[in-house]
Design a protein around this ligand. Sequence first.
Ligand SMILES: [Zn+2]
Ligand SMILES: [Zn+2]
Length: 116
Amino acid sequence: MSLDVHIHVVRCDTPQCLAAFYATVTPGAPEGTAQQQAERIGWRITKHKPFDVWDDPFAPPEPEDLCPACQAGRGPVTATGTCCYCGGRTTVRTGTCRWCDRPQPEPARDRQETPQ
Ligand SMILES: [Zn+2]
Ligand SMILES: [Zn+2]
């Protein structure tokens, strides 16, 4: 069975940050769909917004997309892993991301099953 979707990678614009969000986008989806998915899980997306949203004085002068870790002041992400929010390395023992500090909704894929 093959799923008819594309993977669109949203990357963080902080220099040296390796964070990435892998959005699944169906063919024909409008531009910015991947960015909307990223925004829903905590990314700050500014590149695909219309210009008239910039009515607040704290808006950055240059549009940039920021990962959850960088927004929390924990970035840049320098070790990649299985975090489904920022793509950073997670701490298996606590189940939270080392970078964005979020609990992971699913066990890390590389975690070993304990035989019963
Ligand atoms: Zn980042
Ligand atoms: Zn993370």
